[in-house]
Design a binder for this molecule. Structure first.
Ligand SMILES: [Zn+2]
Length: 49
């Protein structure tokens, strides 16, 4: 089980800076995922059209 968790986490690592992605903001409703270097910056917030 531990190994599977690690594989899952590896999928959420940035290939550029090797850091794990983290959720922003730290509190409240999730707005996105990003890494330390900013290469990965996924916006999970629904934008108005
Ligand atoms: Zn990065």
């Amino acid at each position: 089980m531990k190994k599977r968790v690690k594989e899952l986490l590896d999928a959420f690592r940035c290939p550029t800076c090797q850091s794990f992605l983290y959720v922003i903001p730290n509190r409240g409703q999730v707005e996105g995922l990003r890494c330390d270097c900013g290469t990965i910056n996924i916006n999970l917030k629904k934008r108005p059209k």
